[in-house]
Design a binder for this molecule. Structure first.
Ligand code: SDX
Length: 392
């Protein structure tokens, strides 16, 4: 009994934790952030306001939001020593490799503020992560293309500031179309949290040992990188490019049904949603709007729509309740915004940092929280005696 929901004992036994941050009903396609439907937050909120909600449990009033925005804005800078760290990476290092390393190293710069018994220091660490991950992400991109990094501009809002750090060039101001910042802000809202997904569970497992929040979020970045999780958006674009033409979609569907092919339709399926993923519905609608407002005619959109249409009609996918998930259309929008494919999962990590720090903060004040210790089914050898090398 949790007041709102009654869970059967079997479910309680498998649950990894208790949390009030996000609720998902996989059969009904429901996603609530602190009780607010994702559709309403997508329509009315901003990523920063949604981050406040996830971290604090309530929507902010005007003065609370102004204070929060001021704090985040004034923690976006990185220690100058980060530059030599960044330049130590090969230029062609995957941005997720750089992000993972650099987020984990934040603890080396802020170890004075790591008394996790102090709620103010915990809150400050969460603010620092929310503020600095976009700065680090943009710096990784700039390093990979050999451009000088751009410092965060405090006169810009969260997403605009990130886009300027990504794309502004010394030769002149960046001309940003309003739809670009709005589209990215909406994608960040949709990716901000998602209950106990693999990366968030990783953050909580690492957090349960008392590790610092920078190490926890670095572990979350590492888990998100996998193509079965956050790496799927990058894999979707590669898959669509490999399919190439709408007329080749049926071959891809057949290949995905062949167990021996090892090929899966990336961006399809979900462990919890056995109906539609509410985020995919919102992103699909936004995809058409963004491409038309940006004047982008991307043939991959046609391939994606035909693939979705074919899969949703195919018995194999219908039987297994495989629907497009959050990653299916997001990559097409990132591409239209000029974000390179290898940065797609970094985008996911920027947004999910809001969820990761919210779960970490919640865990730190949970009186029932204990060190995570998953058990196993042992399939190894029975007890046996040691045999000397000369007798083997
Ligand atoms: C995210 O957990 C979260 O909330 C994650 C996330 C978040 O916001 O944090 O929502 C973000 O990670 C979304 C998922 C992104 N990943 C992909 O799009 C990769 C492709 N999808 C699959 O790998 C898969 O669907 C998973 C990993 C998402 C879910 O896997 P499950 O629940 O473990 O399902 P399964 O592997 O047991 O598959 C069930 C059946 C199998 O066939 P049968 O053995 O029953 O015959 O469905 C088949 C699978 O072979 N199947 C697919 C498929 N996904 C599952 N067949 C073809 N294409 C696919 N994509």
């Amino acid at each position: 009994e949790t007041g709102l929901f009654t869970y059967d004992p079997g479910f309680v036994a498998t649950a990894s934790c208790r949390s009030a941050v996000t609720y998902i009903d996989g059969d009904e396609g429901v996603l609530l952030y602190r009780g607010y439907p994702i559709e309403q937050l997508a329509k009315h909120s901003s990523f920063l306001e949604t981050s406040y909600l996830l971290m604090n449990g309530e929507l902010p009033d005007a003065s609370q939001f102004a204070k929060f925005e001021h704090e985040v804005t004034h923690h976006t800078m990185m220690h100058e020593a980060f530059k030599s760290f960044l330049h130590g990476f090969r230029h062609d290092a995957h941005p997720m490799a750089m992000l993972c390393g650099m987020v984990g190293s934040l603890a080396a710069f802020y170890h004075d503020d790591l008394d996790l018994e102090d709620p103010e220091q915990r809150r400050l660490a969460a603010i620092r992560l929310l503020a600095k991950v976009p700065t680090i992400a943009a710096a990784c991109y700039r390093h990979s293309i050999g451009w000088p990094i751009r410092y965060p501009r405090n006169n810009l809002e969260y997403v605009e500031r990130f886009l300027h750090m990504m794309f502004e060039v010394p030769s002149g101001p960046l001309q940003l179309k309003p739809v670009a910042a709005k589209a990215l802000d909406l994608l960040f809202i949709l990716h901000a949290d998602h209950e106990q997904n693999a990366s968030t569970s990783t953050v909580r497992l690492v957090g349960s040992t008392g590790a610092n929040p920078y190490a926890c979020v670095a572990a979350g970045v590492a888990a998100l990188w996998g193509p079965a999780h956050g790496g799927a958006n990058e894999a979707v674009l590669k898959m669509l490019a490999e399919i190439g033409r709408p007329e080749d979609v049926s071959k891809a569907v057949d290949r995905a049904k062949d167990k021996n092919s090892g090929f899966r339709l990336m961006g399809f399926g979900h462990r919890v949603y056995k109906n539609f993923d509410p985020r995919a519905t919102i992103i699909r609608e936004m995809c058409h709007k963004v491409l038309s407002e940006l004047g982008v005619d991307d043939p991959m959109l046609e391939v994606a729509m035909r693939l979705e249409e074919a899969a949703l009609k195919d018995e194999y996918f219908v039987q297994r309740k495989l629907y497009p998930n959050v990653d299916f259309y997001s990559g097409i929008i990132y591409k239209a915004l000029g974000i390179p494919t290898e940065m797609f999962t970094v985008m996911f990590a920027i947004a999910r940092t809001a969820g990761w720090v919210s779960h970490w903060l919640e865990q730190q004040t949970d009186p029932e929280a204990k060190i995570g210790r998953p058990r196993q089914i042992y399939t190894g050898a029975a007890t046996r005696d040691y045999v000397g090398m000369d007798k083997r």
